[in-house]
Design a protein around this ligand. Structure first.
Ligand code: PLP
Length: 390
């Protein structure tokens, strides 16, 4: 089966992990700060906090921004559940902003009208979490301007967008947000197996997140409530977690980072090839904005269901039968049973729901070969009933 995404691991990656395994520190050693510094440099952000997953990063980012009971956090319904769950971890309430079906990103028009209504009702969000869906950055300038006008904080869920650019600036630089989050899960752009990172320009937020990732404990005398009892002394200042990344993971991430540009340019080659191979088929791909460079984590197809005689499910199953591991990104979060139990229902976010019914993710990852890509297109044509030469 050709998967929709997979990691690329070289001998250099293996060697980097092996060196850590043979060193004194498997965790809490020098590889983690080295990886953080390299990502910070690469993304032009002064602070980077490595953690055990993007989910953990979203959680401590919300906490660092003061999210708690009584607060609202808004995100996109077309995302992985973690983008919304992080607010619930903090005891806050979640709501969603419907999408722009051309990109799958949070719609700015919807955000504006929802903010106007929330202002009247006194339910403005504490934090908005735009998701750079498929790797395409959201309109961060517009979101930033709204955050200033309405007084909310912004966390960019850039899990799909490591290595992308927004108006020439690296995603993660957090110029138009408070914190940006990366995921290093194996299907994402670079991997540490499990892993994530929170980037920020704000040193107080960085310190807070550093504290929260390791039990709320500090060994820095300057932060303590009193003079240390002795060299062994540490203080717990907050209720934190063990969200640490290991040195093995960080070493893998550092080694992967060296190939980030290569990975993304290969993803662009694959996407351009898909664009041309799909011409004339009853499908559309997502808009790629002129002012940005997508990391192309996903290549999403929208089926033109009125022009084909098969259902999305039939297309999906036929492609799986043909050995192509297509996927669907995402089931709208508000339609998950857990979120329905919170009061959300079908019809709440119609653009997201319609999008969900049309989409299929095609395989895209750096080691996908031209032959495999050909196989994907043949399988797609057959599944759509468009024949080999139609
Ligand atoms: C993958 C993903 C996450 C969660 O990442 P983990 O590192 O697996 O915790 C969060 N948000 C989005 C949009 C994702 O795609």
């Amino acid at each position: 089966m050709i998967p929709y995404g997979r990691q690329s691991i070289t001998d250099a990656d293996i060697q980097a992990v092996k060196e850590v395994l043979q060193s004194d520190f498997l965790t809490q050693g020098p590889a983690v700060p080295r990886f953080e510094a390299a990502v910070a440099l690469r993304c032009d952000a002064p602070h980077a906090v490595a953690v055990s997953s993007a989910t953990a990063a979203l959680h401590i980012a919300c906490l660092a921004l003061g999210v708690g009971p009584g607060d609202w956090v808004w995100t996109s319904p077309i995302t992985f559940v973690a983008s919304a769950n992080c607010a619930l971890y903090c005891g806050a309430r979640v709501d969603f902003v419907d999408i722009d079906p051309e990109t799958g990103n949070m719609s700015i028009d919807e955000l504006v009208s929802k903010l106007e209504a929330a202002e009247r009702l006194g339910t403005l969000p504490k934090v908005v979490i735009p998701v750079h869906f498929s790797g395409q950055p959201c309109d961060m300038k517009a979101i930033h301007a709204l955050s200033q006008q309405y007084g909310f904080s912004v966390i960019e869920d850039a899990s799909h967008a490591v290595g992308g650019l927004y108006e020439g600036t690296a995603v993660g630089a957090s110029v138009y947000s408070d914190i940006s989050i990366f995921s290093f899960h194996p299907v994402k752009i670079i991997t540490t197996a499990e892993g994530g990172m929170a980037l920020t320009r704000n040193s107080a937020l960085a310190e807070k997140m550093q504290l929260l990732r390791t039990h709320g404990i500090t060994r820095n005398a300057e932060e303590m409530s009193k003079a240390p009892d002795g060299p062994w002394y540490y203080e717990q200042l907050d209720l934190g977690f063990n969200y640490r990344m290991t040195d093995m993971q960080a070493a893998l991430g550092l080694s992967q980072l060296a190939r980030l540009d290569q990975f993304i340019s290969r993803r662009h080659e694959i996407a351009e090839q898909y664009d041309s191979l799909l011409a004339g088929l009853p499908v559309a791909s997502l808009r790629r904005e002129e002012n940005s460079y997508s990391a192309l984590h996903l290549y999403i197809l929208k089926l033109n269901l009125s022009r084909i005689s098969v259902t999305r499910r039939e297309v999906f199953e036929a492609m799986r039968q043909a050995g192509v591991g297509v996927q669907v990104h995402y089931i709208p979060v508000h339609l998950q049973p857990f979120y329905r139990n919170l009061g959300f229902k079908k019809g709440d976010f119609p653009a997201a729901e319609k999008f969900y019914e049309q989409i299929i993710s095609l395989p895209i990852y750096p080691t996908l070969s031209d032959d495999e890509q050909e196989q994907v297109i043949i399988a797609l044509r057959e599944a759509l009933g468009c024949g080999a030469d139609a």
